[in-house]
Design a protein around this ligand. Structure first.
Ligand SMILES: [Zn+2]
Ligand SMILES: [Zn+2]
Length: 165
């Protein structure tokens, strides 16, 4: 009977393993193996693929921040006036902003673009509401709908810019 070949992890030479990275073929221990949709891979292969997948240029982050801050500033007074109804504006503003950013950045993918866009949208609202908050901490309860609006807008942005096709 031919026994299974005993391999040792390429990154931890003292740990025996039977796993191999299915891209480079290196033996990897369970601690080094990363489960991907196409099987177990080593850290280096996963990192290499991410570098290829995320092709945004530094300028794209500037464009994303600018677009988000401008839209955030323009929509903040409307959101503030809408009160409860602002929660319906959340997904709308989120997908609008993400769509504009996506187009202006040549549809390139950036690992942290979603974060920049979310921050920009939040900044507009925070700038508008800050004087109110500074005047009275009890104003926080009046900002409930703003918060829900922002959460919905941001989750839409994440869905659009982070997890799309
Ligand atoms: Zn590998
Ligand atoms: Zn290992």
């Amino acid at each position: 009977m031919v026994g299974e070949e005993t391999l040792f992890c390429a990154f931890h030479p003292d740990i025996p393993t039977t796993l191999r990275c299915n891209r480079c073929g290196r033996p990897i221990c369970p601690r080094c193996a990363i489960s991907t949709p196409v099987g177990y891979r080593c850290r280096e292969c996963v990192a290499g693929q991410q570098a290829l997948f995320f092709n945004a240029r530094p300028l794209d982050y500037g464009i994303a921040a600018l677009v988000a801050v401008v839209i955030g500033l323009l929509t903040a007074p409307i959101v503030a006036a809408l009160g409860f109804w602002a929660i319906f504006a959340g997904p709308l503003v989120g997908s609008l902003t993400a769509g504009v950013v996506h187009r202006l950045t040549g549809r390139r993918r950036g690992q942290w673009i979603w974060l920049v866009v979310s921050g920009g949208l939040a900044a507009g609202l925070v700038m508008l509401r800050l004087p109110l908050l500074l005047a009275s901490p009890f104003a926080l309860t009046r900002l409930l709908w703003d918060g829900i609006y922002l959460a919905l807008a941001i989750s839409t942005v994440i869905g659009y810019l982070r997890f799309w096709r």
